[in-house]
Write a protein that binds this ligand. Structure first.
Ligand code: DX5
Ligand code: ZN
Length: 220
């Protein structure tokens, strides 16, 4: 089985003690912290901004932070998050007026660039960007909220994208409604990175038990 990375989406964490939540899930074995930025404009929810990333870095969080931008406009925030130490910055094609320029902006600041495709977003956005992308994020729910149900038609989309990227060095990330019951199928379809919010933070088991069970499931 290939190495699958687990990204914990902090949208489901308790923001009253976010730094501790992150340290705890990292200790339990997650690989990446997925940082959902929502602006109540591109998506109908409002979350966290650059100040929170700065606080987390100042608090000693050194892990890979994957900033998922669900904002419109987006370019100013790319610069702010890149300067504060984001490792990966992912944006949606619908949120940028000049997608090639926004992706280049991410790369010029030394970050890895991701393109997020909503459930109804066409794969044609990928056509002229393959050389610049490090990650393709397939949304398996409509963006905006944690705890939604995985949309079953997205399995086919994951398979299609995997076929298109073939041996290119692009990782495939899946976000939304991912949980212990569907991870196996998502990975078989082609995912390399699994984003999980409620399945990690809202579980009745400890983070250690939860991550252990996820890894066990992936290795069986
Ligand atoms: C949805 C966000 C996701 C979300 C995942 O718009 O991009 O990252 O927090 O949460 P779960 O895993 O609960 O669907
Ligand atoms: Zn996300």
């Amino acid at each position: 089985m290939k190495n699958i990375l687990i990204a914990a989406s902090i949208l489901s964490a308790n923001f009253a003690y976010l730094g501790k939540e992150i340290k705890d899930v990292l200790k339990a074995g997650v690989d990446i912290i997925h940082f959902d930025v929502m602006d109540n404009h591109y998506v109908p929810n409002l979350t966290i901004g650059p100040l929170v990333l700065k606080s987390l870095r100042d608090y000693g969080i050194k892990c890979i932070i994957d900033v998922h931008l669900m904002t419109k406009p987006v370019d100013d925030l790319i610069i702010k998050f890149a300067k504060l130490g984001a490792d990966i910055i992912t944006l949606h094609p619908e949120s940028s007026y000049h997608l090639d320029k926004s992706i280049s902006l991410i790369k010029n600041y030394g970050c890895k660039a991701g393109l997020a495709l909503n459930p109804s977003t066409s794969l044609c956005y990928l056509d002229y960007l393959f050389d610049k992308l490090d990650i393709i994020l397939i949304m398996s729910v409509n963006p905006g909220f944690e705890g939604q149900k995985f949309l079953n038609h997205i399995y086919d989309k994951i398979i299609k994208v995997k076929q298109i990227i073939k041996k290119k060095k692009i990782l495939l990330e899946v976000d939304g409604g991912v949980n212990i019951n569907n991870i196996k199928k998502i990975v078989i379809a082609g995912a390399d990175i699994l984003v999980m919010g409620s399945a990690i933070f809202k579980h009745s088991f400890s983070y250690y038990e939860t991550i252990k069970n996820i890894k066990l499931k992936l290795n069986t």
